[in-house]
Design a binder for this molecule. Structure first.
Ligand code: CP
Ligand code: NVA
Length: 305
């Protein structure tokens, strides 16, 4: 909350109680939708969606979610906007706030998201930055709990690249009281400030030497692309990451009922094999679906509906 405006910037910015409330609401909205019960609390509201990076899930799930809640969306890309011709984020925030009721942005540096929130007079939602992806992790926790019950006390193993999705998972680990084992190659560690924040707020984070050590006994195995959008300049040879590929051999080290998660899009044959992503442990398409339900709860919370 900032100046009475409910922004959804990061999981660290909301309390455990608020985040739990969002998950409860998301589950209820999912049940209602499946039962054919519709309500339109955002009738007359407009969400601007600003994309400075590609997207399939975030774009479609916010658009459909807003429509299901009775609202409308405007899709904007950085290159079509004056933002692409050096208009500042601050001026863009002030202008968009005169037209729309909320702004969702997918952008590069986290500082741009913060500048937007500091200058907008309507709620701003983080649709991914170089640093974090909180909407994804809300959907992931919803998904885990649907399949395996309360996440509290469970152990998530993250293998591959220590990226934006991991940073939000670390924030969630403190807010929802679960453990995170991180097995990544040297030089691909998450930013230390996210590890420090999680530990300072009650999270149990272990950085280990190998993928095997991370996954041993885990309740959930998570990975993501080895090269995130906009990070191509720091792309490293696949040989560095190959020992961190999630394949059947690695999954067998996790608990027998462990689930496999990936935010998608997946690079099959790289960070995960077909056998695992299409196998019985995988819940990746439930995660993708739950983006819709989780974000409807976030939209309703931001807009006080
Ligand atoms: N997981 C996710 O955010 O997917 P998109 O990049 O397709 O939005
Ligand atoms: N870490 C990935 C997530 C994509 C949804 C990226 O930032 O490209």
């Amino acid at each position: 909350m900032q100046d009475g405006i409910r922004h959804f910037t990061d999981l660290s910015a909301l309390s455990s109680a608020d985040l739990r409330g969002l998950l409860t609401d998301a589950a209820a909205r999912k049940t209602d939708l499946k039962a054919g019960r519709r309500s339109r609390p955002l009738e007359g509201k407009v969400l601007a969606m600003v994309f400075e990076k590609p997207s399939t899930r975030t774009r479609v799930s916010f658009d459909v979610g807003m429509r299901q809640l009775g609202g409308e969306t405007i899709m904007l890309t950085g290159t079509e906007m004056q933002l692409g011709r050096s208009e500042t984020i601050a001026d863009t925030a002030k202008v968009l706030s005169r037209y729309v009721d909320a702004i969702m942005i997918r952008t590069t540096s986290h500082a741009k998201l913060i500048e937007l929130t500091e200058n907008a007079t309507v709620p701003v939602i983080n649709g991914l930055t170089d640093d974090t992806h909180p909407c994804q992790i809300m959907a992931d926790i919803l998904t885990y709990e649907e399949h395996r019950g309360p996440v509290s006390g469970k152990t998530f193993a993250w293998v591959g690249d220590g990226n934006n999705v991991l940073h939000s998972l670390l924030e969630a680990s403190a807010r929802f009281s679960f453990n995170v084992n991180i097995g990544v190659p040297d030089g691909s560690e998450p930013q230390q400030k996210f590890v420090d924040w999680a530990r300072a707020n009650g999270g149990n984070v272990r950085l280990v030497q190998s993928a095997e050590e991370a996954v041993e006994g885990a309740d959930c195995v998570v990975t993501d692309t080895w090269v995130s959008m906009g990070q191509e300049h720091r792309a490293r040879g696949h040989n560095v990451f190959l020992p961190y590929q999630v394949n059947e051999r690695l999954m067998q080290l996790a608990k027998p009922d462990a689930v496999f998660m990936h935010c998608l899009p997946a690079h099959r044959g790289e960070e995960v094999t077909d056998e695992v992503i299409d196998g019985s442990h995988s819940v990746v398409f439930d995660e993708a679906e739950n983006r819709l339900h989780a974000q409807k709860a976030i939209l309703a919370w931001c807009l006080g509906a």
